[in-house]
Design a protein. Structure first.
Length: 445
């Protein structure tokens, strides 16, 4: 490795006066790297073109004496001209900052920058690989897995019920179970507290059964006033609600979990038919809906049944997702998809591949959203042997995908021979240790 000062390279950062020395080195295939000052200085990358290198770059490996910042500032016009020529030969750009936890630049590939076809190792360049250094495992927030989660069968949800206590736009209509007080200023004998019966009526003195449901308090008072006018000239009836919203109270009692999970909630699981069952509204379609869409659907259905309550669905447990890995792997079986998983990650879950596995003909079977069967063939030999850094065959897996690594032709032939001779012919004919025969003659029988 050739180490050179900034003066020998012909350029220096703007704050060169503050740094007593610049150290530069050349990495074959990548260009020149310069470090200014102490450990906290920025690394500068010089992408040198494929043109012949200047003689100064081809000097033997040696460490020149330190060059002061004052001498760098006194460079002649010829030095400036040489600096301009070198800037045309290559581009100077800031690279990864050095620090004690990640002091060295990392060369690699950003596979997203490939335009046509896969990038090879020859395209490797210094990239920002350790932005968080020792915090790499927690530093990156990454992008969301999906823009919006859609419910599916076996998803488990918790529905939280909350009283809105908001003013309604129309008068409250009496329901079964509501309690009212009927009073008359003309005859106190008519005064009584009544509970609306299951048939929607109340029983009044002299009048018998009177319909009370689906009427607000003012409408019921006017009807009772009119009915009593056949007995009193001025009945002076008053109707006072004592206990209302009994349907809401019944719903609250149904979902009350304050002595269990806590709060007013109800758990439900999406059934195989794609629905959920909730009190007061029954079966509600949920398959394929987002949580916001399901909330709007539930609020509308409950508003038609009982007012004054709001429902918030919360996804508590996602339906299990699995991938199946079989064939020439060490631990074939079913594995849970706990996060985004690629085909090579699935092979690692299965303990890696066996020798003789046909990696370049790996098959992935998949069921579409309408359960139709699809399949694709992948060539994983290059990436798994480290020859292809940006393989197009490294695909993301879906729920219930089947990854199959078939046998190579040699293993297939070996199995055929084993079945015919070891388990077939030798299993039928009891050849002893001293028995010999001619394969040629045996083939002519």
């Amino acid at each position: 490795m050739t180490t050179r000062t900034a003066a020998h390279r012909g350029y220096a950062p703007a704050d060169a006066a503050d740094s007593p020395r610049f150290r530069c080195w050349r990495q074959p295939g990548f260009g020149w790297f310069c470090l200014a000052g102490g450990l906290t200085a920025a690394l500068v990358t010089v992408a040198v073109s494929s043109s012949p290198q200047p003689a100064a770059m081809q000097e033997p490996h040696r460490l020149p004496p330190p060059v002061s910042a004052a001498s760098i500032a006194r460079k002649s016009n010829s030095e400036t001209a040489r600096r301009q020529r070198e800037s045309r030969a290559g581009e100077i750009q800031l690279c990864q900052a050095l620090g004690p936890a990640a002091p060295y630049p990392i060369s690699g590939l950003d596979c997203a920058t490939g335009t046509c076809g896969e990038l090879g190792w020859k395209a490797a360049r210094p990239i920002a690989w350790q932005a968080y250094a020792q915090g790499e495992y927690v530093g990156h927030e990454r992008t969301a897995h999906v823009p919006e989660y859609r419910l599916r069968v076996d998803d488990e949800l918790e529905f939280v019920y909350r009283l809105t206590r908001e003013e309604t736009s129309h008068p409250y209509q009496l329901n079964v179970g509501d309690e009212i007080r009927v009073e008359s200023f003309t005859d106190e004998a008519l005064n009584r507290d009544l509970i609306i019966q299951p048939d929607g009526t109340i029983t009044l003195r002299l009048l018998g059964q009177v319909k009370a449901t689906k009427r607000d308090v003012a409408q019921l008072r006017d009807e009772i006033e009119e009915l009593y006018q056949q007995y009193y000239k001025t009945p002076a009836i008053t109707v006072t609600p004592l206990r209302v919203n009994t349907r809401l109270e019944d719903l609250r009692a149904t979902v009350d979990s304050r002595f269990g999970f806590g709060g007013q909630s109800r758990r439900a699981r999406v059934t195989p038919e794609g629905t959920i069952q909730l009190p007061a509204v029954g079966s509600v379609p949920a398959q394929g809906l987002s949580l916001n869409e399901l909330k709007r659907e539930l609020d509308e259905r409950y508003a038609a049944e009982v007012e004054g309550i709001e429902i918030t669905p919360v996804l508590t447990t996602r339906a299990p997702r699995y991938v199946y890995v079989l064939g020439e792997v060490r631990l074939p079986g079913r594995y849970t998809l706990e996060g985004p998983t690629t085909v090579m990650q699935a092979i690692s879950l299965a303990g890696g591949w066996n020798h003789g596995g046909n990696l370049w003909r790996t098959v992935v079977f998949r069921r579409g959203d309408d359960w139709r069967l699809m399949a694709t063939m992948l060539d994983l030999r290059g990436p798994l042997y480290g020859h292809r850094p940006c393989p197009a065959d490294e695909i993301w897996l879906n729920d219930s995908d089947i990854v199959l690594i078939p046998k190579t032709g040699i293993l297939v032939a070996n199995n055929v021979i084993d079945l015919i001779f070891t388990h077939g012919l030798y299993g039928i004919v009891p050849f002893g240790a001293s028995t010999s025969f001619s394969i040629t003659k045996f083939g002519t029988l």
